[in-house]
Ligand binder design. Structure first.
Ligand SMILES: [Zn+2]
Length: 369
């Protein structure tokens, strides 16, 4: 067995690619890898996430669903700062890594059963899953909050997904999407382990683009935790395989309004404001189901967390745009987190930082010039 989907709580093993939770205790499943990363096994002529296809054993070569995901540029911004431009993925965000691995793994199986996929999201993940379903010729139903609007919602509709508007809280939307119906297979990006696992490719790419070295620091915006957990898992795989010498310091960046991980990580109590009004409108998970796993894994790799205020997010957004990097405000949270740590002298001198710019500015609907 090259990999294993194992329950993060009770240790139960799942052998069904379509399980999105532990069949025994309903807690999150986690993909565990039982092979080494070997640079010689990279498909060097493939400039997409699939140059690493040998390291995603649940995906078959003939069943890959491709839209040109991954191998995004790593751009040097200053002496110490590099930007990883995930905003340049096919649907405009890093989520395409997860959608590509998940949809590639399950589309044949679901089509064979004449089924369709369901997902809950109001934004980037909904658009991404809708696009990959469209490419695979698979029907998709995307459950969205009633308030959804703007460029991301247009994207979901143009990709041809069925949209179901749900009245109530964000967790109510998830509940509806998971509700069992004939032919429906829930592939929600937050819970499904194959989505999260697809994000591993981001760590492989950064290490390769840095010349098989790890940057000293990696800054990520964090909400539901798929980016954080995927990147940790990728770097850890490289360290365990002796491809890089050590883990970078992974820094989870959150907004003051939506900061459950920051607070739990620092042993502080957290009560979210009601309603959430942050300009970083992709970061909305006030009570993420993966919180326990995030805290555990971030501690295990000796990572850190930082929280930024609205003014700092807007300032970082404007600064990035003024230098030619037009990303969504939620992405500028990572740059704001870096700036804050530099200001507080929490970044060692001469350290090399990679900041992941997760989503395209053209999706922005919360800040006006
Ligand atoms: Zn379990």
């Amino acid at each position: 067995m090259k990999y294993d989907a194992k329950c993060s709580a009770c240790g139960h093993h799942s052998s069904d690619l379509l399980d999105f939770k532990c069949p025994s205790c309903r807690m999150p499943l986690d993909i565990q890898l039982h092979f080494d990363f070997e640079a010689k096994k990279i498909a060097r002529k493939d400039f997409s996430v699939w140059r690493y296809r040998r390291f995603f054993p649940y995906v078959r070569e003939a069943e890959l669903v491709r839209l040109g995901e991954g191998w995004t540029p790593l751009v040097r911004f200053s002496k110490d700062v590099n930007f990883k431009l995930e905003s340049l993925n096919p649907t405009g965000s890093f989520k395409d890594r997860g959608s590509a691995s998940l949809v590639s793994a399950v589309h044949k199986l679901i089509k064979k059963m004449r089924g369709y996929i369901s997902e809950d999201s109001s934004g980037n993940a909904g658009a991404s899953i809708a696009a990959y379903a469209a490419r695979a010729g698979l029907r998709a139903k995307i459950y969205v909050p009633e308030s959804v609007a703007g460029p991301k919602f247009n994207q979901i509709q143009f990709y041809g997904a069925d949209v179901v508007r749900v009245h109530g809280s964000r967790s109510k939307v998830a509940e509806e999407a998971q509700k069992s119906e004939p032919g429906k297979f829930y592939v929600g990006h937050i819970l499904h382990p194959l989505f999260r696992d697809g994000i591993r490719s981001l760590a492989y790419e950064m290490a390769e683009q840095f010349g098989w070295k790890s940057p000293d620091l990696v800054y990520l915006p964090v909400s539901a935790g798929t980016l954080l957990l995927g990147v940790i898992s990728g770097f850890k795989h490289l360290v365990d395989s002796n491809v890089i010498g050590s883990m970078p310091r992974i820094v989870a960046c959150q907004t003051r309004q939506v900061s459950p991980l920051y607070h739990r990580f620092k042993n502080l109590s957290y009560t979210p404001p009601e309603p959430i009004t942050s300009v970083a409108d992709a970061l909305v998970s006030v009570d993420p189901p993966l919180l326990g796993l995030m805290v555990k894994n971030l501690k295990k790799v000796d990572g850190d967390a930082v929280m930024v205020d609205e003014e700092e997010i807007v300032e970082a957004f404007r600064e990035l745009a003024a230098k030619g990097f037009y990303v969504e405000p939620s992405s500028s949270v990572a740059y704001a987190g870096y700036k804050k740590q530099v200001e507080k002298r929490e970044v060692p001198l001469k350290s090399n930082a990679a900041i992941v710019l997760t989503g395209a500015g053209l999706k922005t609907a919360t800040i006006r010039p």
